[in-house]
Every structure is written in structure tokens, then in C-alpha cells.
Design a protein around this ligand. Structure first.
Ligand SMILES: *[C@@H]1O[C@H](CO)[C@@H](O)[C@H](O)[C@H]1NC(C)=O
Ligand SMILES: *[C@@H]1O[C@H](CO)[C@@H](O)[C@H](O)[C@H]1NC(C)=O
Ligand SMILES: *[C@@H]1O[C@H](CO)[C@@H](O)[C@H](O)[C@H]1NC(C)=O
Ligand SMILES: *[C@@H]1O[C@H](CO)[C@@H](O)[C@H](O)[C@H]1NC(C)=O
Ligand SMILES: *[C@@H]1O[C@H](CO)[C@@H](O)[C@H](O)[C@H]1NC(C)=O
Ligand SMILES: *[C@@H]1O[C@H](CO)[C@@H](O)[C@H](O)[C@H]1NC(C)=O
Ligand SMILES: *[C@@H]1O[C@H](CO)[C@@H](O)[C@H](O)[C@H]1NC(C)=O
Ligand SMILES: *[C@@H]1O[C@H](CO)[C@@H](O)[C@H](O)[C@H]1NC(C)=O
Length: 672
């Protein structure tokens, strides 16, 4: 009894001292060079503090959030707009699991509440959900360090710093870099490099300017901020706010750390003492087998026997796991190379039970990487020509740098006798065509279908116009769109078509793609362009809206070619007749009509008359009106004009089958 009473008293005492502490604590500022026991942080999700004072927000667990907020509220007098200045700086590090691939970044956050029960981890940095994203009632300001390009939220580019107000659509954003005080030139930084970096955030209420400055920890604060954005915080902040960090991982992950943090409400925050920050855990390097030096020859027979056994084992292992020896040009791609041994283990020796797909380029296996437990998909592509391999690998590696929410991420590759293994992010829901055409998967509703169409469009826009070079997909179709765990559409297999260019000699131009999605001019010129991708995307849109393949023998000759049939319905004034009957009329009429009309527009027989992906995106978002763009119905009769004879003869030369889902290689001057 006495003990109970005592612990009771103790609790009261603790509570009282807590309140006193809270009152005594002048919540004007704090500085942590490492977060040792006295750090007043409230942790949430998978965040934890290492014994050495390192704050780890996320580890390699997928789709998780980690948050850490200073546990006492900070008071601002929002009716006095000249008392809202604050200043903070912190040192962070993002150490990716695989080189250059990481989670969703870190957001420094100012929020009225630290209860994020309703937030989604994926894509919203653990701060928002689909329904509250962007609402003025959130009262949240976040400075995001983002490494995933997320077109849904219209970020500028991956590897950027952005200012978010109440939602994930940045009001200002810039690629990660700093301006050198000496030469004034801009120096890029890779947020995912794994190195610690310093970020300063300063708000001045007189100027109403929010400055964000980034730099490596090796130099002092640069004079010129990365972002200097006019913002009136009195419209955003509430009187009592919390400050801290939120971080999230996706299917690819990284360790995300905060090493030190300083905050001040009444003047410039003290700069951190970089030398006294906790060290990051030793990073995994490429372990190289150490040299074995035999110093004595006493045990010669033993050594001999060991040698013979060792050599036999070595030869056996070599033949089993042999990769193509590294060429000199491959050295720079080291981080993107997977060892055959690991891929062999991951896929249980490329067992048939692990096959999750077969495509025009080879079988796809599911696997789990032994070191990180990361789920992967491994595509085995056969190649016989060494010629062109260098260019192809260069291209593959450069595509590994593509980062987009609606892209199946390429993680790396491995070359082995006569085959190339490409390693991708694993997509648990398989390909879209299974949902559209086979009854084993549930029917997709219109909201899901429209989101998939929009996602694939934003990805194509990225490939065509927003990356450093134009990337053509060349094989857009439902079976190349994979669905992630949330049924978001992700485009896969991009660029693979190029393999055939590199493998072939220049005398024959080969058309790569899938019948039904091939623009008419391809049969003539054989040259893929952004316009031919747009054509294929048009066929894809119709496919998703109508729930049928672009070419399918349904017994009625006039319905074989989907585009023709949709154009026919449209001409008759009832385009909705073409919509997928399995939707049973449950769709947003305006959206369905938009998709069907846009599908036709993209299928225009004159390449220049098709919209660009940028326009497609604007139409889908309702930011532009298609209006009277469609007036010449004849132009959608894609295969009926001069091209049609080419096309028909091609179909018959291939023995036209009702299901034309395989990839065709057509040699120009061959059957066409
Ligand atoms: C990440 O941290 C959480 C919480 O500490 C733990 O449950 C989980 O096992 C960790 N995951 C990995 C991959 O280390
Ligand atoms: C906030 O500022 C207003 C005017 O600027 C002042 O009247 C009010 O007393 C202040 N409130 C607090 C809690 O200091
Ligand atoms: C507003 O806040 C500033 C800074 O805290 C203070 O100097 C000023 O007197 C305040 N103004 C009013 C009207 O209270
Ligand atoms: C967070 O908010 C939800 C409801 O909005 C509530 O059920 C939950 O108890 C809250 N959690 C904490 C820790 O306050
Ligand atoms: C989103 O979060 C808000 C609270 O911030 C909550 O009221 C709402 O129910 C959440 N919506 C979803 C779909 O989770
Ligand atoms: C650095 O980038 C900024 C834009 O962020 C630009 O205004 C400035 O001209 C650039 N400076 C140099 C030297 O390129
Ligand atoms: C923000 O940056 C601008 C431009 O460099 C500078 O004039 C201003 O003083 C800075 N404000 C703060 C609070 O650092
Ligand atoms: C906050 O700023 C004031 C005024 O410049 C300074 O005296 C104080 O030391 C600073 N506190 C911290 C924790 O940076």
C-alpha cells in the first residue's frame, strides 16, 4: 500500500515538475549538437535515437513514417504580425539502401498538432492524406528535402528542396544546390549521397521572406539562399505550434538521419558545431576479399590439398555464377551492377515458380534480395551481340536515374553469358491488362481507371519533356502498365525497345511495339517519335475506358479496330456507347467523354495533329478545353486510308490472331 502511495506521489511530483519545467522552459530556442538524453523530442512511427545521439527518422522498412517533434509548443502571437520571425538550422543525412535510390525524403515541419494518425505515408511525407492535402485548415508549413519526383504534386524535379504550405504542392522549389561565396557559381548537391548536409531556414516577418539555404557541412552558411520566397506566415501559423521532422519511405528506402538541430524565435539560430555532431553508422562498402598470405611452407601437402579442393570449388562456383567479366567501360557503373550470385539467390535459382510474367523480351522473376530483403522483379533478356552492349548499358544506367512516381523503378543490371538481367522494383499487383481482361482480378472502378490514365500520362510527359533528354517509351500498352500496392499505374519496360536498335545493324530499321498501338506512319518510316508514343497512349486510353484491346475480333468486322468503333460511336453522337459495359454506367460522364475523345484525338492519322503529352495532361486536368479540335472524323480512321493497305497486308502476313498482345519486330523492307 505504502509503495503504491509512494509511486502515486512520485507520479504527481513528476507531473508537477514537468509542468514547472514546461513553464520555466523559455520556448524561444534550443540547440542540440546530437540528441542526447536531455533532448525534449517526442518520437513517432519508426523514429529512434541512437545511443550516440543520432536521430534516425527511418530505417529500411518499406512504406513507413518516422517523426520527431520538439515536445513543447512554441507560442506565436499571430495577431501581431511583427512577432513571427524564426530561425532554424539542422544537419541531416539520407543514406540510401541502394545507390541513389531512397525513400520519400525529410520535411522540416511547423504544425499545430503532432497527431498525424490520419496522414498517409506514401508521397505525403507522413503529413497529409488524400482528402486534407492542400486545405487551408491544415495550418502546416513544411520545407521538404525530396528525392522522389512526384508529378502528382507537380514538384519540379527529383532531388529538390521545396516549400509546402498546407499540402504537398510546393509554392516554391529548387534543385538541391548552393551558391559558392567565392565564385558565385551554383554547385549541385545530391541529397541521397549519404553525406551530412546543413539546411538553414530563416523567416523575417518585416520582409515577409522565407529563406532556405543548403550547403555541405564542410563549408559555412552561403550568403545567397537557395530559396527566398515571399510568404505571410500570419495567414498560415496558429498561435501554438510544434516544430520537428517528418519522414517517410516508399518501396525503395533509405536511412534518414538528423544529426543536430538549433531553433530560435528571437534571433538567428546558433549555428551547429559540426565537429561535435554524432557520426553516421559505418556505411556498407564493397567488401573485397582480403589477401591471404601464406608465410610458411611447413604444411605443404595440406596447402596443396586445400588448393586443389579450393580450385575445384572455385571453378564450380564460377561456372555456376559466372558473370560477363567487367569491361573497362563498365567500371563507372559499379553501383548499378548486381552480382549474379545475389540475383540467383533472390530468385531461388530462377525457379519456374518465381516467374511472374513473360514478355516480348523474356521472362520476369520475382525475388527477394538476401542482403536487404528488398522485393525485386528480375527481367531476363537474352542478348547475343556484344556489339552495342556498351551503349545499351549506358542507356539502361541513365534510365536508372529516371525518377517518377508512375514509373517502375529500374534498380540496376547484371550481365552474364548471353543474357542481361534487369532489376526493377517489384509491383505486387501485376499488370493492368489482367484487371481489364481476366476475371481472376477484381474489376477496376472508374476512379481507379482515371487515376491510372492520369498517372501514365504524367509519366510520359516526364519522359518526353521534363527529363534531361527525350526518352521514348515505344511500347505503351496495358500490359506494360503495372499496378503498385495502391493500384497506381506505373509504366514499365521503357527503353527496352532500344535493345533491338543497338543489336541490329543500321541497314534495317526495325519497328518495335505492339500491333494496335503502332502509329500508321511507323509502318512507313519506321521512326519512333514522341508522336508515335502519343498515338500508343491514345490507344491505351481507349483500351482502359472501353475495357477491350485495340484490335480484337468480336465477330463484327466494323468493331475489330477499337479506334474505328469509338470514332463511329462519336460520329453517331453517342460516344458513351463505347464505354466498358462492366462499369455498368458507373462513371463520371464528363471524364469518360473526355477520355474517349482525347483517345481519338491522340489517334489522329497525321502525327503533327496529335496533342503533345503536355496538352494531354492539361486536358486531363481540365486546365484546357479540347473544344472543337475534333472536327474531321475521317482522320481517326487510322487504318482506312493509304496506310490501311500496309496495315492489312501486315496483319495477314503475321497471321492475324484475335489477341495481338505480343511485341512484333518488323523489318522494314521485309514483309512490309
Ligand atoms: C525499423 O525500425 C522499426 C522500429 O524500430 C523496427 O520494428 C523494424 O524492424 C526496423 N526495420 C528494419 C528493416 O531494420
Ligand atoms: C498579441 O499582439 C496583440 C497586438 O499586436 C496584443 O494586443 C496582444 O496582447 C498580444 N497577445 C499576447 C498573448 O501577447
Ligand atoms: C509585436 O511584437 C514585437 C516583437 O515581439 C514587439 O516589439 C511589438 O511591440 C509588438 N507590437 C504590439 C502592437 O504589441
Ligand atoms: C489522434 O487523433 C485521433 C482522432 O483524430 C484520436 O483517436 C487519437 O487518440 C489521437 N492520438 C493521440 C496520441 O492523441
Ligand atoms: C484525412 O485527415 C483528416 C484529419 O486531418 C481526417 O479528418 C480525415 O478523415 C482523413 N481522411 C482520410 C481519407 O483518411
Ligand atoms: C544560380 O541559380 C540561380 C537560380 O536558382 C540563378 O538565378 C543564378 O543566375 C545562377 N547562378 C549562376 C552563376 O549560374
Ligand atoms: C533572405 O534573403 C534575402 C536575399 O538574399 C536577404 O536580403 C534577406 O536579408 C534574407 N532574410 C533572412 C531572414 O535571412
Ligand atoms: C536566440 O537569439 C538570441 C538573440 O540573438 C540569442 O541571444 C540566443 O542565444 C539565441 N538562442 C539560440 C538557442 O540560438
Amino acid at each position: 500500500m505504502a509503495i503504491v502511495l509512494r509511486s502515486h506521489h512520485f507520479l504527481i511530483l513528476l507531473y508537477v515538475s514537468y509542468i514547472l519545467l514546461a513553464l520555466a522552459q523559455d520556448e524561444k530556442g534550443f540547440i542540440y549538437n546530437g540528441f542526447h538524453d536531455q533532448a525534449n523530442l517526442g518520437l513517432d512511427g519508426i523514429a529512434e535515437i541512437h545511443p550516440n545521439g543520432l536521430l534516425q527518422l527511418t530505417n529500411l522498412s518499406q512504406e513507413q513514417v518516422g517523426r520527431a517533434f520538439y515536445q513543447f509548443p512554441i507560442k506565436f502571437n499571430t495577431t501581431n504580425s511583427s512577432s513571427l520571425s524564426f530561425s532554424t538550422n539542422f544537419v541531416f543525412a539520407m543514406v540510401p539502401n541502394l545507390p541513389n535510390l531512397g525513400g520519400h525524403g525529410i520535411a522540416f515541419t511547423i504544425t499545430p498538432s503532432t497527431n498525424f494518425t490520419h496522414a498517409l505515408e506514401n508521397g505525403y511525407l507522413g503529413l497529409f492524406n488524400d482528402s486534407n492535402n492542400g486545405l487551408l485548415t491544415n495550418h502546416i508549413l513544411a520545407i521538404e528535402l525530396d528525392t522522389v519526383r512526384d508529378s502528382e504534386f507537380r514538384d519540379l524535379a527529383m532531388n529538390h528542396v521545396g516549400i509546402d504550405v498546407n499540402g504537398m504542392k510546393p509554392v516554391a522549389s529548387a534543385p538541391a544546390m548552393y551558391s559558392s561565396n567565392k565564385g558565385g557559381e551554383n554547385i549541385s548537391l545530391d541529397l541521397m549521397s549519404g553525406n551530412p548536409m546543413h539546411l538553414w531556414i530563416d523567416y523575417d516577418d518585416a520582409e515577409m521572406l522565407l529563406n532556405v539555404t543548403l550547403a555541405p557541412t564542410t563549408i559555412p552558411k552561403p550568403d545567397r539562399p537557395l530559396l527566398s520566397t515571399p510568404i505571410d506566415l500570419s495567414e498560415i501559423l496558429l498561435e501554438s505550434i510544434y516544430v520537428g521532422f517528418s519522414s517517410a519511405t516508399g518501396t525503395v528506402t533509405s536511412y534518414q538521419y538528423i544529426l543536430g538541430w538549433s531553433f530560435n524565435k528571437s534571433g538567428p539560430a546558433q549555428s551547429l558545431d559540426v565537429s561535435s555532431l554524432p557520426p553516421l553508422p559505418g556505411r556498407k562498402g564493397n567488401e573485397k576479399p582480403g589477401l591471404v598470405i601464406i608465410s610458411s611452407l611447413i604444411a605443404v601437402p595440406l596447402v596443396l590439398i586445400t588448393f586443389v579442393i579450393g580450385a575445384a570449388a572455385y571453378i564450380w562456383r564460377r561456372t555456376k555464377y559466372e558473370e560477363v567479366p567487367e569491361d573497362y567501360w563498365e567500371e563507372e557503373y559499379g553501383p548499378h551492377r548486381f552480382s549474379y550470385n545475389n540475383l540467383h539467390k533472390a530468385t531461388k535459382g530462377f525457379k519456374d515458380t518465381e516467374v511472374i510474367g513473360k514478355g516480348g523480351f523474356g521472362k520476369v522473376y520475382m525475388g527477394i534480395l538476401p542482403s536487404s530483403n528488398l522485393q525485386i522483379a528480375v527481367k531476363r533478356v537474352s542478348h547475343d551481340s556484344r556489339q552495342g552492349m556498351k551503349e545499351f548499358v549506358a542507356e539502361i544506367v541513365s534510365m536508372g536515374r529516371l525518377r517518377h512516381r508512375n514509373l517502375v523503378q529500374l534498380l540496376g543490371y547484371c550481365r552474364r553469358r548471353g543474357e542481361l538481367l534487369l532489376v526493377y522494383d517489384y509491383m505486387p499487383n501485376g499488370s493492368l491488362d489482367k484487371f481489364l481482361y481476366s476475371n481472376e482480378k477484381p474489376n477496376l472502378n472508374w476512379v481507379q481507371r482515371f487515376r491510372i490514365i492520369r498517372g501514365v500520362a504524367s509519366d510520359l510527359l516526364y519522359l518526353h519533356e521534363e527529363w534531361e533528354q527525350v526518352v521514348l517509351h515505344r511500347d505503351v500498352k496495358a500490359s506494360n502498365v503495372l499496378l503498385d500496392s495502391e493500384l497506381n499505374g506505373r509504366l514499365g519496360d521503357f527503353g527496352l525497345a532500344r535493345l533491338h536498335d543497338h543489336g541490329s545493324n543500321s541497314q534495317t530499321t526495325r519497328v518495335v511495339g505492339t500491333v494496335g498501338y503502332l502509329a500508321p506512319e511507323l509502318y512507313k518510316t519506321g521512326r519512333a517519335t514522341t508522336c508515335t508514343d502519343v498515338f500508343a497512349f491514345g490507344a491505351f486510353m481507349l483500351e482502359v475506358a472501353c475495357g477491350r484491346r485495340p484490335i480484337e475480333d468480336l465477330g463484327l468486322p466494323e468493331r475489330v479496330i477499337l479506334i474505328d468503333w469509338v470514332a463511329e460511336c462519336w460520329r453517331k453522337g453517342d460516344i458513351l456507347d463505347a464505354s466498358d459495359p462492366r462499369l455498368e454506367g458507373n462513371y463520371v460522364v464528363e471524364e469518360m467523354e473526355l477520355v474517349l475523345r482525347l483517345g481519338l484525338f491522340c489517334s489522329h492519322s497525321i502525327p503533327a495533329a496529335r496533342p503533345s503529352m503536355k496538352q494531354v495532361m492539361q486536358f486531363l486536368d481540365g486546365d484546357a478545353d479540347m473544344g472543337e479540335l475534333l472536327h474531321d472524323s475521317a482522320s481517326f480512321r487510322s487504318f482506312k486510308s493509304n496506310e490501311s493497305s500496309d496495315f492489312t497486308s501486315f496483319l495477314f502476313s503475321q497471321g492475324f490472331a484475335p489477341s495481338m498482345s505480343t511485341t512484333y519486330l518488323i523489318s522494314r523492307g521485309g514483309s512490309l
